[in-house]
Design a protein around this ligand. Structure first.
Ligand code: FAD
Length: 456
């Protein structure tokens, strides 16, 4: 065997760097469902199912190309960790070389490198070409900067890509339409919403869901409403559905919340993006094309591009720049345990009940719920940042450490002491009242600062 190509659960791209130069006569693909990956944080069942089912669908896509795949399915092998399973495989196959694309979780870097070196194989460690800013380019951008800022990075990326640019100037004359992204619904609510396209579980997904319900019965979350896109074709359909039906209103209502309406105008694409079923380039280009065709306004398209080209790339760069110590960041010395209701949703605070209940039901909450409701409440309470991080990494279907950790530790908990967010802040209940209808039905009153009815 010439090359053994290791494909991890969030590297499901047939055009990914791992496959460059692949020859089916001389190379093999290796994939493994390792139980430790589902247990190292107390993962939501839907999150486990997303990874396992997407991996199994990817195996089918590889086999359809006629490429040889060694696939270790859950329950069909006795290994606990990826490293153990890979060590046994290398012993059995003795490939000349192992190809691995840099994993999105730092803990796997050392573990996989060690296994390959212990087996005496050559390691071809490849950069992840899925991102719009390579690790080297990010390091170059960071060099000499005392205080990195998203806005500077984002403008630099706009110029590099030429997206939404007219020469050297931003299209529309402004770099940033953030102030047009803060609409809140009137008291009669958001009105009819375009329901996102559903992806009804097929036979592979149903089998995975049944397995997860059995093997991980004690872990949190529900799977009854599970309908995520899990193949490349489904991910493209989900992208199209968002661009046509929700992107035009995305910008205006980006920060709004309304009880019982989890999706509003959000894309639901983070999961497919993070599994690498979608490429950020095609996602941004689809949005920009809608703007150029006159189908979506600038505040929606710029707002969306800022999230994907700006924030998503920025937090990835900062994650690798700050690891391995990042996970122990605790600039404010917070030491409280995470309240038990984060795992049940049973609280009298209506905004938290809605955000957590939806999270446990769907494995999803939108950005403002994650940041301004569950995130800022934990910050206000003084919860140990690592416990908050482990919760976020566990409960969202799109959670992978490179994107989750900087958002949680930096943006929401100020645990990094001001690298991502320029200052620590906690919004009051008044913010929640302005941006949602939660307070109207809540036992607590944001107008009260003291007493039994005061909003916590
Ligand atoms: P939309 O609202 O439709 O946004 C479009 C896309 O922009 C998203 O799909 C995502 O790819 C990207 N994006 C938006 N905001 C961010 C951001 N701050 N950082 C990186 N990318 C962004 N995102 C994850 O992908 N995985 C996580 O584990 C994760 N954990 C988070 C934890 C906290 C505490 C916070 C505050 C945010 C977190 N985010 C995470 C960012 C953001 O909340 C989610 O990307 C978004 O809610 C996913 O839903 P969507 O696809 O409908 O996004």
């Amino acid at each position: 065997l010439r090359n053994l190509v290791v494909v991890l659960g969030d590297q499901l791209d047939l055009d990914g760097a791992a496959f460059s130069g692949f020859e089916p006569e001389r190379d093999r693909v290796w994939m493994c469902e390792a139980p430790a990956e589902s247990r190292y944080v107390w993962s939501h069942k839907a999150r486990i199912a997303v990874f396992l089912s997407a991996m199994r669908h990817f195996r089918e896509a590889l086999l359809a190309r006629g490429w040889p795949v060694d696939y270790l399915a859950s329950g069909a092998h006795a290994y606990e960790t990826l490293a153990e399973a890979l060590a046994a495989q290398l012993e059995a196959l003795r490939p000349q070389c192992v190809i691995i694309v840099e994993p999105g979780e730092y803990r796997l870097h050392a573990a996989l490198r060690t296994v390959v070196s212990d087996a005496g194989c050559r390691l071809d460690w490849r950069a992840d070409t899925h991102f719009l800013c390579s690790s080297d380019a990010f390091a170059g951008w960071m060099r000499g900067r005392r205080q990195p800022r998203l806005e500077h990075f984002y403008r630099w990326m706009r110029k590099r890509t030429g997206w939404l640019m007219a020469g050297d100037e931003p299209v529309g004359g402004r770099w940033n339409y953030d102030s047009d992204n803060r609409g809140s619904f009137a008291s009669d609510g958001p009105g009819p919403l375009p329901a996102p396209q559903r992806f009804v579980p097929d036979a592979i997904t149903r089998e995975v869901l049944a397995w997860v319900e059995r093997a991980y019965a004690a872990q949190p979350g529900q799977t009854a409403a599970f309908d995520w896109p899990l193949t490349r074709d489904e991910a493209l359909e989900a992208l199209d559905d968002f661009i046509v039906h929700r992107l035009p209103q995305f910008g205006r209502w980006q920060d709004a919340m309304w009880a019982g309406t989890p999706w509003l105008y959000h894309s639901r694409l983070a999961c497919a993006l993070n599994l690498k079923l979608l490429n950020p380039r095609e996602v941004c280009e689809a949005a920009i094309h809608a703007f150029e065709a006159g189908d979506a306004p600038i505040e929606s398209v710029e707002g969306f591009v800022r999230q994907v080209l700006g924030w998503r790339e920025y937090v990835r760069g900062l994650y690798f720049a700050r690891m391995p110590d990042h996970l122990d960041d605790n600039a404010l010395g917070a030491q409280q345990p995470l309240p038990a209701f984060y795992w049940t949703g049973q609280t009298e605070m209506a905004c938290l009940r809605d955000a957590i209940g939806q999270t446990l039901r769907l494995g999803y909450a939108h950005h403002i719920q994650r940041l301004m409701v569950t995130g800022l409440f934990a910050l206000l309470l003084g919860v140990r940042p690592r416990a908050v991080h482990e919760w976020y990494l566990a409960v969202y279907v799109d959670a992978v450490e490179w994107v989750e950790a900087p958002n949680t530790l930096g943006m929401s908990q100020f645990a990094d002491g001001g690298v991502i967010a320029s200052k620590p802040y906690v919004a009051s209940g008044k913010y929640i009242e302005r941006m949602s209808n939660h307070c109207a039905g809540c036992r607590y009153n944001p107008a009260r600062a003291t007493g039994d009815a005061a909003c916590p």
